[in-house]
Design a protein around this ligand. Structure first.
Ligand code: SAM
Length: 287
């Protein structure tokens, strides 16, 4: 299977008159070893339906197609989305019928846009929207069981961080609501064109059941946002406006068996779920 190297990537970009934009996080992989590694670490099987966000010129798509039943590639850039079927038809004609290209914003897609039920996310994500994309897909696509994504190294660390770590924060807790998330290796800058000015990293996730709680996910996420908006403060203080008053926050925390003088960075997603649940019972809406 031939893959896109530096020469092919530049030739395609020139032919299409593409100037990679920062706004769309357009850094294309020019190294066959990197895309093969991503596919290998993703552990895809011939039964998998893969969703790829931001296929760009097709570097990763071409490595993915031989290994899965189907690839649904979602690309926001109309020129790139229009070209991808032709690139695959030229470089891997025997696999062309496995590819569906969807020209759309990944932050707005749902199952009805995909004409398939993806089981695995494999992507070199646009870095400016990588966290919202991962969270949106986990929420919107119940068929998605696992994934392997390339993101900015710092974001990889944040997504996979555990309670108690300095970089543990909103992305870590929200991702943990849906999945078990782990770092899956570093990636250097020179595998891209143009080379980004940050290092990259691989992150893998496996979906798991969300915490058992009567509080809706949106309400749990509200507590998470409030706790980390003032992460240096104790939860009693940080959650005061969320609960109405510091006393109401303290009551919800005590009812949830969380120390009111703790900070958000010490809590797991289950703790946040319990706090959200106890806001309802501890702070009934005033008449
Ligand atoms: N997968 C390709 C590769 O590895 O060479 C390109 C990856 S590049 C980092 C990110 C890609 O995501 C670009 O092709 C960009 O146009 C696309 N993109 C950016 N924002 C997007 C969005 N909201 N929805 C879908 N695609 C997006």
């Amino acid at each position: 299977m031939s893959l896109l190297g530096p020469v092919e990537v530049r030739a395609l970009a020139e032919k299409l008159n593409i100037r990679p934009t920062k706004k769309l996080g357009q850094n294309f992989v020019i190294d066959g070893g990197t895309v093969r590694r991503i596919v290998r670490v993703a552990g895809v099987t011939p039964e998998d339906v893969a969703i790829e966000i931001g296929p760009g010129l097709g570097s990763l798509t071409l490595a993915l197609l031989p290994e899965v039943a189907k690839v649904v590639a979602v690309e926001i850039d109309p020129v790139l989305a229009g070209q991808l079927p032709f690139t695959v038809a030229t470089m891997a004609p025997e696999l062309a019928d496995r590819l569906t290209v969807v020209h759309a914003d990944a932050l707005r897609i749902g199952p009805a846009d995909l004409h398939a039920d993806p089981t695995v996310l494999v992507a070199n994500l646009p870095y400016n929207v990588s966290v919202p994309v991962v969270l949106h897909l986990l929420e919107a696509l119940p068929s998605l069981r696992r994934g392997l994504v390339m993101v900015q190294a710092e974001v990889a660390d944040r997504l996979a961080a555990r309670p108690g770590s300095k970089i543990y924060g909103v992305p870590s807790v929200k991702a943990a609501w849906y999945a078990d998330v782990r770092r899956a290796g570093p990636v250097g800058r020179n595998v891209f064109w143009p080379a980004p000015n940050v290092d990259s990293g691989l992150v893998s996730f496996v979906r798991r059941d969300p915490p058992k709680t009567s509080a809706p996910r949106e309400e749990v996420f509200e507590v998470v946002d409030a706790a980390f908006a003032q992460r240096r403060k104790t939860l009693r203080a940080a959650l005061a406006s969320w609960a109405g008053t510091a006393a109401a926050a303290e009551a919800a925390l005590v009812a949830a068996e969380v120390d009111p003088s703790a900070r958000g960075e010490q809590l797991g997603v289950e703790d946040f779920a319990r706090i959200a649940e106890h806001r309802l019972t501890s702070c009934p809406p005033s008449a």
